[in-house]
Design a protein around this ligand. Structure first.
Ligand code: ZN
Ligand code: ZN
Length: 251
């Protein structure tokens, strides 16, 4: 399997980093984990065919994680998709953290496509625990505490993805105290994709030392913390890297 980090920026895009979006490529199709802008353009530039896209999983409802989703949906709603010789016979499932988000995206796409081809997008709502299993890939949602508003914790998830005998953990965005880092799941993962913006690496190290993944890759990268990477990563007993846009990680 291969993970392609399409967008690796923190909240705002920078000169070199777009918003959060990663593509998991398997023998049976591809899956998008977050769809920050410009996810559709990034897929095209990496030569990824929209026909291969089986599902999109959005970790939480901050714009830097879903701002490119309408572009993805637009590409999949074109009637020409079905007539393409590359048509694989399935429409992608779009997994969102809340019912409200499903309603908003449905309205947005109706506005653009007048309700035509509405059946070509299969909206779903993520629930904690195992929520996706297409026979090739299983995805589990582990709630974190990244999204807070007026004392309430809103839906936001780490994802644990398993396929082809391999395990990938994507942290999504985490809480500032990083106490919601998914230690148990990351401990033996083949690849951990962890954000590097909402907590100081020193705080993260107390968790990174407790895991032993095949590789730890950072995305959602704050420039100030990227500068510290060479210092703190030297203390890890396994490979680690800071992802750039367009990087590919085989595992
Ligand atoms: Zn973010
Ligand atoms: Zn966020």
């Amino acid at each position: 399997m291969k993970l392609i980090t399409l967008g690796t920026g923190a909240g705002n895009p920078s000169m070199t980093r777009n918003n959060s979006a990663s593509y998991l490529e398997t023998a049976h199709g591809g899956y998008l984990i977050d769809a920050g802008a410009p996810a559709a353009a990034s897929m095209i530039r990496k030569g990824i065919d929209f026909n291969d896209l089986r599902a999109v999983f959005i970790t939480h409802l901050h714009e830097d994680h879903f701002g490119g989703l309408s572009g993805i949906l637009n590409n999949r709603m074109r009637p020409s998709v079905r007539e393409s010789p590359k048509w694989r016979g399935f429409w992608p499932e779009i997994w969102l953290p809340t019912e409200e988000a499903v309603s908003v995206f449905r309205q947005l796409m109706n506005l653009e496509h007048f309700g035509d081809d509405d059946d070509q997008i299969l909206y779903r709502v993520i629930r904690p625990g195992l929520f996706y299993d297409d026979g090739y890939l299983k995805v589990r949602a582990v709630p974190n505490r990244h999204c807070r508003r007026m004392g309430k914790i809103l839906p936001s998830y780490c994802f644990v993805l398993e396929a082809e005998g391999k395990k990938l953990v994507c942290t999504g965005d985490l809480a500032h105290d990083v106490t919601d880092f998914p230690v148990e799941d990351a401990a033996d993962a083949d690849l951990v994709l962890c954000e590097l913006t909402h907590f100081h690496p020193d705080a993260g190290m107390s968790y990174f030392r407790r895991i032993h993944p095949g590789k730890l890759v950072f995305n959602h990268v704050a420039e100030s913390y990227e500068k510290l990477f060479s210092e703190f990563s030297g203390e890890l007993e396994y490979p680690a890297a800071v992802a750039r846009d367009g990087d590919e990680f085989e595992f």
